[in-house]
Design a binder for this molecule. Structure first.
Ligand SMILES: C[S@@+](CC[C@H](N)C(=O)[O-])C[C@H]1O[C@@H](n2cnc3c(N)ncnc32)[C@H](O)[C@@H]1O
Length: 239
């Protein structure tokens, strides 16, 4: 697997396919969390979320991990261009998350945006377990990704997009996954509770806030508000 080849075109491809929808999704919940001190961005790619995070939280220190050297370089260049001097607040870690020797309970915020969808099920559960292990006991996890909505037309649209994207990334980046695996059960298994879910693009995109909770491991119930766009539409409604 390597995103090096497509790194220079990644943002252009994203804009052509989805306009600014994915970026809206990445930052949709960013203003709703309390100010973090130590953050891990896993599979951050070219730094679009990173630059927003640094601007919003001037005190934050970030570990930005990615297996693609070129993606990390683009992220570093973005920060140097938009926020000169702020790259010093970021450690750029050129690592494969699967072999990364992770520090224990260091981070109060973990963020994975359009990253967990790169992995087949056996890897996904191990990666979520590893990321849970680096998160502090009351840590927040911001997660945005694709999802398959329930209603027929929206589901067919999402499935055709996903089939196209998996084909594209399997050929160009050699990702191992060939279908979207919902990370929700693995998150719950690691003791995370879904606090907020915001949907967009007819339910094809989700932006979520998860909180690590000892009660959840003991079987506590999830609190969850679900939104389409910016409108709160109730508890655990799906479409
Ligand atoms: C779909 S891309 C973009 C993700 C980006 N956060 C976004 O919001 O668009 C996935 C990123 O995850 C990185 N990645 C994929 N597999 C990885 C792995 N095993 N370890 C670390 N990074 C990985 C890729 O290099 C790429 O930058």
């Amino acid at each position: 697997m390597s995103f090096d080849l497509i790194a220079p075109w990644f943002q252009t491809l994203e804009s052509v396919a989805f306009g600014n929808s994915l970026q809206h999704c990445r930052i949709a919940c960013l203003r709703e969390i309390k100010s973090p001190r130590r953050v891990l961005l896993a599979g951050e790619a070219n730094g679009r979320f990173l630059s927003e995070l640094l601007q919003l939280h001037p005190e934050v220190e970030v570990d930005c991990l990615d297996a693609s050297h070129r993606m990390l370089e683009l992220a570093r260049q973005r920060i140097n261009r938009l926020m000169p001097g702020n790259a010093a607040r970021v450690r750029f870690l050129h690592r494969d998350i699967k072999s990364w020797v992770a520090p224990k309970r260091q981070y109060d915020l973990v963020a994975t945006h359009f990253f967990l969808d790169c992995f087949p099920e056996p890897d996904l559960s191990g990666i979520i377990k590893k990321l849970s292990g680096v998160a502090k006991d009351d840590a927040t996890w911001l997660l945005s990704d694709f999802r398959v909505p329930h209603s027929l037309v929206a589901r067919l649209r999402a499935q055709s997009w996903l089939a196209t994207m998996y084909l594209f990334f399997r050929v160009t980046a050699r990702i191992e996954a060939s279908e979207l695996i919902d990370p929700t059960p693995f998150m719950r298994h690691e003791g995370f509770v879904l606090e907020r879910q915001q949907l967009s693009q007819n339910g094809m995109l989700k932006s979520e806030i998860w909180r690590k909770s000892a009660n959840a491991i003991l079987g506590g119930a999830a609190r969850c508000g679900v939104r389409e766009g910016s409108e709160l539409i109730g508890n655990r409604r799906d479409n």
